[in-house]
Design a protein around this ligand. Sequence first.
Ligand code: SF4
Ligand code: SF4
Length: 150
Amino acid sequence: MKSDNVLLIFKSNIMYKPVIYRLARDFDLIFNILEAKILPRREGRILLELRGDQGQIDQGIKFLEEHEVVVERLADKVWREEDRCVHCGACTGLCPTHALSITSPNMRVAFDVTKCVACGMCGLACPFGAMRDITLFDPFAEGRTGQQYQ
Ligand code: SF4
Ligand code: SF4
């Protein structure tokens, strides 16, 4: 089973459309709401963890896009510059989802992007600038469009 964290953006014309439940009903996906922000009559944003086969996840995302939901995969937003990381571990204590963790026995820091929710904490914590400048990517920044920062 695969897992994918996505940001869904519902513009005002579709924000009250009941489409998320169809991910479970029609695509057999497990979804978990990680965070949400609703600006009444203006916009809704939901950070969602999707779990299922990759094909089902892809189909579910396609379904959402066909219903005018803007879908952004967080794995496309956050990455580590491998040659900058010295595996100091400073980021691991701040990562709320354990996407960054120290592995044993080699004590290196692993980055599992599928667990990342793009909170930006590691970008602030890393003294070597190894994490992409994700402070630019605020999933809940008001007025942000789905195309910005891509
Ligand atoms: S952005 Fe947040 S969730 Fe993602 S790796 Fe960094 S600290 Fe962890
Ligand atoms: S704080 Fe930066 S250098 Fe240290 S382990 Fe994390 S990403 Fe690597």
